[in-house]
Design a protein around this ligand. Structure first.
Ligand SMILES: Nc1ncnc2c1ncn2[C@@H]1O[C@H](COP(=O)(O)OP(=O)(O)OP(=O)(O)O)[C@@H](O)[C@H]1O
Ligand SMILES: [Mg+2]
Length: 250
């Protein structure tokens, strides 16, 4: 496992989020993630995991507190969100590939349009990343011709094509057939080993145990407990987490 650096890339301080309809999504959440660190976030449905991830790249506003990513305040009025989002790759449960473009075109689009790199360089980068996720032979395929696991690996490669500092994953394997889950987790393991900074919302406890530097348990909008994986899974000093693990690990 790669050791995280001292540099803090994500600094969430006392963040609360109440939705327009009055539902509380986050309550006084604080979380720091260092460069090279892999943090897995687990918790029951509706506990605020996705909301937290979405606040990091300002897909969601916050009500209280402060979030700094790469040293910049995310929710300040002057925040440069386009710039921020080029540094944050995000992969969702649904793959959201552009259906009318080939796999290669999916990977080339944002680097070409958002960053303005040349076509040759974009193509070369895309081909390297497809090889990395094991899909070099699918460059000319369209998303609909791929399995779910293959589509998700393309989605990861597409996010990586922007050369992000941080990768955010929101249940990247939850929509997959069981036999496709590992091919996606394996790609994520390689990224983690290479030192990518990652926040991963997941139900894959085996992945969290093997890959995370730290596991965070959320419930009802709060970070209830966090620890390194060994202690987190073996003997967590928290009753609510023990109850949750008892449910999901049985
Ligand atoms: N746009 C919204 N408007 C109102 N309430 C919302 C909105 N999005 C989420 N919520 C509520 O905020 C809470 C946290 O939701 P969130 O999606 O972050 O949970 P989660 O932990 O990701 O759950 P799951 O495991 O089911 O994905 C829930 O009560 C949810 O119903
Ligand atoms: Mg969610």
């Amino acid at each position: 496992m790669t050791e995280p650096k001292d540099e803090v890339l994500i600094d969430v301080r006392g963040v609360g989020k109440t939705f327009a309809n009055g539902v509380v999504g986050l309550k006084n959440v604080s979380l720091r993630v260092k460069r090279g660190e892999v943090v897995c976030i687990i918790g029951p449905s509706g506990s605020g995991k996705s909301t937290l991830l979405r606040t990091l790249n300002a897909l969601e506003t916050i009500t209280t507190g402060e979030i700094e990513v790469l040293g910049h305040s995310v929710h300040a009025s002057r925040a440069d969100l386009n710039r921020l989002r080029t540094h944050l790759g995000m992969v969702f449960q649904s793959f959201n590939l552009f259906p009318h473009k080939t796999v290669l075109e999916n990977l080339m689009l944002a680097p070409r349009v958002v960053v303005g790199i040349g076509e040759g360089e974009a193509r070369e980068r895309a081909e390297q990343l497809l090889a990395k996720v094991g899909l070099a032979d699918k460059a000319e395929a369209h998303p609909a011709q791929l399995s779910g696991g293959q589509q998700q690996r393309v989605a990861i490669a597409r996010a990586l094509a922007m050369q992000p500092d941080i990768m955010l994953f929101d249940e990247p394997t939850s929509a997959l057939d069981p036999e496709k889950v590992n091919e996606v987790l394996d790609v994520m393991k390689v990224l983690a080993r290479e030192g990518m900074t990652m926040c991963v919302v997941t139900h894959e406890m085996g992945f969290a145990r093997a890959v995370a530097h730290r596991v965070v348990f959320m419930e009802a909008g709060e970070v209830v407990y966090e620890d390194e994986p060994q202690r987190f899974f073996a003997a967590p000093a928290n009753e609510r987490l023990r109850a949750f693990l008892g449910q999901v690990l049985k």
